[in-house]
Design a protein around this ligand. Structure first.
Ligand SMILES: [Zn+2]
Length: 249
């Protein structure tokens, strides 16, 4: 993304708020009026280092929430993937690293309406933590400068159901073992079975919290960045039925 010399500080502030690809619909309600089209046109590239570095972790969360609202409203940004590919080829400055599930129905870039170069994404069944994912998150934040670690669980998660049912199958057995600590941690009144969607979702929510605890337990690098206020570590649940991302902590 290139800036023209006449762009004002106000405009930069708007860009920061809108970094992840402001939808035309969102522009239309901008109080800046005539800036709207310029702003929309300016979103034909990936997040720049200046935009990413100028944001706080909580502003990154706000942008993800806004992107999810655009997704749910069917008003996603008019994105030029080829322009994003070109603008990010020489360097990437993602604002967040998202640890999500492999589930085909939870593509983070789509449900948050972000583009190429905007977020790092690690995906593993049940969004559990392991050494390689921790290393990836440390790379994302300590080396590349991302501001947010987001653990993204979801409703009706098959991996959670598998852990509840004690499924034994090849390498899946070991993966499900990483989810199992969330089961006794889940306070739930009612039928505790994989057939009960409310219970499955309650365990999935606990599992997000367990993953966050594991990140803090096992990554002094990330904990140090969090203590300095450079990053925030948080979690969210994505609802497959209505598309809502609910930040849980
Ligand atoms: Zn899942």
């Amino acid at each position: 993304m290139k800036r023209t010399s006449h762009e004002s500080a106000d405009n930069l502030a708007v860009d920061r708020r809108s970094f992840l690809g402001t939808a035309l619909g969102a522009c239309a309600i901008s109080p800046l009026g005539s800036w709207s089209m310029q702003l929309a046109a300016s979103m034909s590239g990936s997040l720049t280092k200046e935009q990413r570095d100028s944001m706080t972790p909580s502003q990154v969360i706000d942008e993800l929430k806004k992107g999810n609202e655009r997704f749910r409203a069917g008003k996603m940004a008019a994105r030029d993937y080829l322009a994003e590919k070109r603008s990010s080829a020489a360097g990437q400055y993602p604002a967040a690293v998202i640890l999500g599930c492999v589930d085909s129905r939870v593509p983070a870039e789509i449900v948050f309406d972000v583009g190429i170069g905007d977020t790092f994404n690690g995906r593993v069944a049940g969004n559990v933590v392991n050494d390689d994912l921790l290393g990836s998150m440390e790379f994302a934040c300590a080396v590349s400068g991302a501001k947010l670690v987001l653990v993204l669980g979801h409703t009706a998660c098959g991996a959670i159901k598998g852990a509840i049912d004690d499924v034994v199958l090849g390498n899946l057995t070991g993966l499900l073992a990483r989810i199992k600590p969330a089961i006794p941690e889940t306070k739930f009144e009612g039928e505790k079975s994989s057939k009960n969607p409310a219970y499955v979702d309650a365990v999935a929510r606990t599992n997000v919290k367990v993953s966050i605890e594991n990140i803090r337990l096992r990554s002094p690098v990330l904990v140090d960045l969090e203590k300095k206020g450079s990053i925030q570590i948080t979690g969210a649940m994505y609802n497959l039925a209505n598309g809502v991302v609910d930040f849980v902590s």
